[in-house]
Design a protein around this ligand. Sequence first.
Ligand code: 5GP
Ligand code: ZN
Length: 110
Amino acid sequence: MCLFCKIVDGDIPSKKIYEDDEFLCFEDINRLSKIHILIIPKKHIESFEDILPQTMANMTKTIQTITKKLDINKSGYRLITNIAKDGGQEVKHLHFHLLSGEKLGAMYKK
Ligand code: 5GP
Ligand code: ZN
């Protein structure tokens, strides 16, 4: 079972921010900004390449709910998903990084 599936099952502890039937949101263990959370489908999906458009629509709604709940929907945030080898994806369970809580610098670095 993959690392994030274990987090969904509660076998590995996490700091949960939000959850609904389909998605879970928890703090990244290695925070890169004041707010750095991960949003994942509870069902194992390897990457953005594998998510069905209708599931992605639900995920969009969940992310928007979370940004409102954290009151960053207006001040702003950065949403990133890394895909496969060249995308630098380390955990092979789809996740969106949501970074916020401060003014973020330019990110287009190798
Ligand atoms: P990736 O490089 O795959 O896009 O990002 C994986 C992210 O998962 C990294 O930011 C890393 O800090 C985070 N991460 C790895 N292991 C754990 C863990 O056990 N718990 C939590 N909360 N985050 C983790
Ligand atoms: Zn998984």
